[in-house]
Design a protein around this ligand. Structure first.
Ligand SMILES: [Zn+2]
Ligand SMILES: [Zn+2]
Length: 251
């Protein structure tokens, strides 16, 4: 897989002091997509077709709802719901047909373990679970995040200034560390993968150890004997540690 590079947002994210520049990029993308889905793209036929098909995951429906454009979201949700009802009906038809084939009641079929009925039910359950997690915003973010991760690898390999900046960064959160490893495996030679990992792993370890130390300072501050000690950078060590572990901002 070959990804396009996108250096400006990556540099911008590295210019901000953070536990993970990819978290900054992810958060910016999320804000932009929420705005764009409630803006002009509400009326774009291609986008509407995609939204009708996928809908959004619970987290992104919530962000769209919180954005307060109730008419825009109602329009998107209405046509998505209509398409969902059609698909739901066609999946349910198979279940009801299989249930009827046994010439017993639906309850009788369950206890009699009608194989066709069981298979149709599993299919329906899987379809609902899959539909519930589908999300156009997640899909678009994921594509762009792959590109950003690739850009980091590319800049590290080709730009001495970036290499210096990267080497003094705090690495990534766990989620985005996994993403850069995935993209490195997809796009780099074995030799370059080894070079990349030997740069990232010490950074990560240093960053984890610093957080552990700061978190310990933060905990000690609750001891009345240490209340006068200045906290310094340890003050926000809890939300930064949680971001490092989860890839989510805690504010
Ligand atoms: Zn991150
Ligand atoms: Zn989503």
């Amino acid at each position: 897989m070959k990804y396009h590079i996108d250096t400006i947002p990556v540099w911008d994210a590295y210019h901000q002091e953070s536990e993970c520049p990819l978290c900054i990029l992810h958060s910016n993308l999320e804000k932009n997509y929420v705005e764009s889905f409630l803006g002009a793209s509400v009326m774009e036929p291609d986008t509407r077709i995609e939204v009708n098909r996928s809908g959004f995951c619970p987290q992104h429906f919530k962000l769209l709802y919180d954005a307060q454009n109730r008419l825009g979201l109602a329009l998107l949700t209405h046509t998505h719901l209509k398409e969902l009802i059609n698909k739901f009906e066609s999946h349910c038809k198979k279940v009801l047909k299989a249930a009827g084939q046994n010439k017993t009641s639906v309850i009788g079929s369950i206890f009699g373990r009608n194989k066709d009925f069981d298979a149709a039910l599993i299919e329906l359950q899987n379809w609902i679970t899959k539909q519930h997690s589908r999300c156009l915003i997640c899909d678009r973010i994921s594509n762009t995040m792959n590109r950003y991760a690739y850009t980091i690898l590319y800049l590290y390999d080709t730009d001495a200034d970036f290499k210096k900046t990267f080497d003094s960064s705090k690495g990534f959160c766990l989620d985005h560390l996994a993403l850069t490893i995935k993209i490195a495996r997809e796009t780099l030679s074995a030799k370059k993968q080894a070079l990349w990992l030997s740069a990232v792993i010490p950074l990560q370890l240093k960053s984890f150890n610093n957080l552990e130390h700061e978190l310990s300072q933060f905990i000690n501050k609750f001891d009345y004997r240490q209340q006068d000690k200045p906290l310094g950078s340890a003050r926000d060590s809890l939300p930064r540690t949680l971001q490092k572990l989860t890839g989510k901002y805690m504010d």
